[in-house]
Design a binder for this molecule. Structure first.
Ligand code: ZN
Length: 411
């Protein structure tokens, strides 16, 4: 399906060079340089559209928007794809509970999400691919695992026989924690007859009110992880590559989701799913993880309705480092609002102090695992300097265009 409308990205003059972008790889546990390829293929795990997207989701998509913008500014060709998990247990459960059709729920939530992304000026992916749209590729992916003899059936479910490709020594956490999290996030480690508790389900029967597809391995619907293998493969193959340049998402996807996509990719192609895996930390509110049950969700749409400048939200969210657990608060929003005001006043002047060094230092900071807290300090220091500068010499146009293109801050 179409993503949200294109976001204008201006050109600006910069004579310096762009360092290679380094990101912390959560599965390798180290900061590594994103290998340069043409194109850079980036896949971000998108939303499950059953509940309004909150500011924590926005923080994740802003993180990968900064990656996208940095690579484009550095002159790379980027193919950026995002999925929509429109087939999933929590979605069907919510639709049942609220007495609405699951498809209606999906459409309503997607409208809200794309409107938030547009308002925050997140560059759109080449498309948003939903599970229902990619069913042909998903079925082909599972069929090839079946043909390779890497699966087994238990009742009406089809599982990956994971031990054919791993002894689970590569888990990013202890086996006990992995089993506990797997159980919490919809896995079935306790089912008797499974060859290994962590074997992921590839295909399963649908409940009466759920959509279903006919396949040689039974009528039903796919398991969770397999969708991303199949959807991401489209851009990998189109680019004649073996794996993605980068897979991104929220930190709660490290396990099981990203671990399983990696496992399934090695099973099917004998190739890693991605060269780099990066994850955004959680945004808390009032000391707790945001959740509907706690009633502490903060919505982008609600803040905008209340008259908050979308760029203040954007700045507030990048004032902390993307990997760190952050706390949303009025103080944080205040930081964003103050910087928006200061930038508006700065950029409306006829002349401001020389800023080539500023652009260069912001670029260096972003290249170092998206050090946005440092970027904001650099900006605040420059604004302070500009206030006291008695001989400003430069038109602010290029700085304004740079902030727009690279930070996505449009004023
Ligand atoms: Zn995914």
């Amino acid at each position: 399906m179409h993503a949200w409308p294109p976001v204008f990205r201006p050109n600006f003059a910069f004579s310096g060079s762009y360092p290679h972008l380094s990101l912390f790889d959560s599965l390798k546990g180290a900061k590594i340089e994103l290998p340069v390829r043409d194109p850079m293929t980036i896949y971000v795990c998108g939303i499950t559209p059953y509940d309004a997207t909150h500011i924590g989701h926005a923080a994740t998509y802003l993180t990968f928007d900064l990656v996208h913008r940095y690579l484009l500014a550095a002159g790379h060709r980027v193919v950026f794809l995002e999925n929509v998990t429109d087939i999933d247990d929590p979605l069907f459960e919510r639709a049942r509970r609220d007495g609405v059709k699951w498809k209606t729920l999906v459409d309503d939530q997607l409208r809200l999400f794309t409107s938030d992304m547009t308002n925050l000026r997140v560059l759109p992916p080449i498309e948003l691919t939903s599970v229902t749209e990619a069913m042909e590729e998903i079925i082909a992916f599972v069929a090839s695992l079946v043909a390779e003899g890497l699966t087994y059936s238990l009742g009406s479910e089809l599982y990956l026989d994971a031990r054919r490709v791993t002894d689970f020594g590569d888990l990013p956490l202890s086996i006990e924690s992995a089993i506990a999290i797997f159980r919490e996030r919809g896995g079935d480690p306790d089912r008797s007859g499974k060859r290994h508790p962590l074997d992921p389900v590839l295909w399963r029967p649908s409940a009466e009110d759920e959509p279903r597809w006919s396949t040689p391995f039974g009528e039903g619907r796919p398991g969770w992880h397999v969708e991303c293998n199949a959807i991401a493969r489209k851009i990998v193959e189109a680019a004649s590559q073996n794996s993605l340049s980068l897979q991104g998402g929220g930190g709660d996807l490290i396990f099981p989701h990203h671990y399983m996509t990696e496992l399934q990719s090695r099973a099917r192609y004998d190739q890693p799913f991605s060269q780099v895996f990066a994850h955004a930390g959680m945004v808390k509110y009032q000391g707790e993880k945001m959740s509907k049950s706690l009633g502490n969700l903060v919505f982008v749409s609600k803040l905008l309705e209340d008259g908050v400048h979308p760029m203040a939200i954007r700045i507030a969210l990048i004032s902390g480092h993307y990997r760190e657990e952050r706390e949303w608060s009025d103080v944080l929003l205040g930081v964003g609002e103050k910087l928006v005001d200061d930038l508006l006043s700065l950029l409306s002047r006829e002349l401001i102090p020389e800023y080539d060094y500023l652009i260069s230092e912001i670029i260096t900071s972003l290249a170092d695992d998206l050090d946005t807290p440092r970027v904001l300090v650099l900006l605040q220091d420059y604004i302070l300097r500009a206030m006291h500068d008695t001989q400003p010499s430069k038109n602010p146009g290029d700085l304004s265009r740079f902030l727009d293109a690279v930070l996505g801050v449009t004023l």
